[in-house]
Design a protein around this ligand. Structure first.
Ligand code: DX5
Ligand code: ZN
Length: 224
């Protein structure tokens, strides 16, 4: 039985106790730290920058999955590598020369991902799927934690999974936004591989057992 990769979103952590929360996640079955970077331009919110990523990296014992919600992300690829990113995702909607950006991320030794907004059609990824390690599919409009899941994501997820299988790509599908005990099993049935969870994990009484319950779900092997 295969299990999903679980990536708690540090956006919902307590920033006044970031070391405590990072160390708490270290002791759980979580696989990655999901780190959201917002510039106040691409999305209507500002999160944090390099010094905070470095602080997280100092204590994190799992890879940093960094999700850039910033315009012109190609300007800062080396800075994110130096801050500690292991996987770097840029938004399809924010990078004009996406193929070049992906190559630059890989040249820095990071895994490369592409994030798409809820309105962006997955067919637009057809010519980049074999070059990337992950698609971060937004299931809420990016900018804030704790928003309501957009139901259309299930159909988009299946459609993307079929494209990945048809191309024999190894690209993972990550779902970001509104993941909880109701949406997670359905997302896995539709081909999701990675579940980001912020609000659901950090507002729960026992984050470790919430993460364990997500991790215990099984992924579904779909064939084209
Ligand atoms: C939203 C971020 C998400 C967010 C998910 O723009 O990209 O990673 O933290 O939050 P939840 O799980 O609370 O919906
Ligand atoms: Zn995110």
């Amino acid at each position: 039985m295969q299990h999903p990769i679980i990536a708690p979103s540090i956006l919902s952590a307590d920033f006044a106790n970031i070391q405590r929360d990072v160390e708490m996640i270290n002791l759980t079955q979580a696989d990655w730290f999901h780190v959201d970077i917002m510039d106040g331009v691409f999305v209507p919110n500002i999160s944090f920058g390099f010094p905070v990523i470095k602080a997280i990296k100092q204590f994190a014992k799992k890879p940093l999955d960094v999700h850039l919600m910033i315009v012109n992300p190609e300007r800062y690829i080396k800075d994110f590598k130096d801050a500690g990113a292991d996987l770097l995702s840029v938004h399809y909607e924010a990078s004009t020369h996406l193929h070049r950006t992906i190559q630059a991320i890989k040249a820095e030794g990071m895994k490369a991902g592409v994030a798409i907004n809820p309105h962006t059609n997955v067919s637009l990824l057809k010519n980049i799927l074999c070059d990337i390690d992950l698609v971060c599919m937004m299931s809420v409009n990016p900018g804030f934690g704790g928003q309501k899941f957009i139901e259309n994501t299930y159909a988009k997820c299946s459609e993307l999974k079929n494209m990945i299988i048809a191309q024999h790509s190894l690209c993972l599908i990550e779902i970001d936004g509104g993941v909880n005990e109701i949406t997670a099993p359905k997302l896995l049935q539709h081909g999701a591989d990675v579940l980001v969870a912020g609000n659901y994990v950090f507002t729960s009484k026992n984050p470790a057992s919430t993460i364990a319950s997500l991790k215990s779900l099984s992924t579904h092997t779909l064939t084209a």
